[in-house]
Write a new protein. Structure first.
Length: 152
């Protein structure tokens, strides 16, 4: 997900795996399919219009396009490429306070540049979405990934 040059990186991985070796990776589907990223970034944006990263740029959603991922792997010499969608709840903490601490540790940088009013709004929004997702098993959001497997 974080390779600056995915074609070169996967070609290198293919060489390291060797003939008949297998690759298996779990990568995020796009933000539209992932409630957790939509809800959390929406809350922390506090009304700001934050641009999405350019398609194909390094980051958590770099492999979100299954056909682009398939093309990169095929060009690197992989065959029998399968891409299966998975949906599971993503656990953020045992309760709202636990989840707030985790999210702020992970995404607190999004508060940078906000004035006091914006920061307060973002934190209220974050608390509201975390509280809304708290249940008997902790704080969970829907998530969607691709399980990609291939053979060298």
């Amino acid at each position: 997900m974080f390779f600056g040059d995915p074609a070169a990186a996967f070609a290198n991985i293919a060489r390291a795996i060797g003939p008949d070796g297998r690759l298996a990776m779990l990568v995020w589907q796009g933000p539209a399919a992932n409630e957790w990223i939509r809800e959390l970034t929406g809350a922390l944006a506090a009304g700001r219009d934050l641009p999405a990263p350019p398609a194909g740029s390094p980051g958590p959603f770099a492999q979100a396009d299954p056909e682009a991922a398939r093309a990169v792997l095929a060009a690197a010499g992989f065959t029998r490429i399968t891409i299966d969608g998975l949906r599971r709840p993503m656990w953020f903490g045992a309760d709202a306070e636990d989840a707030l601490a985790f999210v702020l540790g992970l995404m607190g940088w999004m508060l940078d540049g906000l004035d006091d009013a914006g920061r307060s709004r973002a934190l209220r929004n974050l608390r509201a979405t975390v509280n809304a997702h708290e249940g008997g098993h902790g704080v969970c959001y829907d998530s969607a990934t691709w399980m990609i497997t291939a053979t060298r």
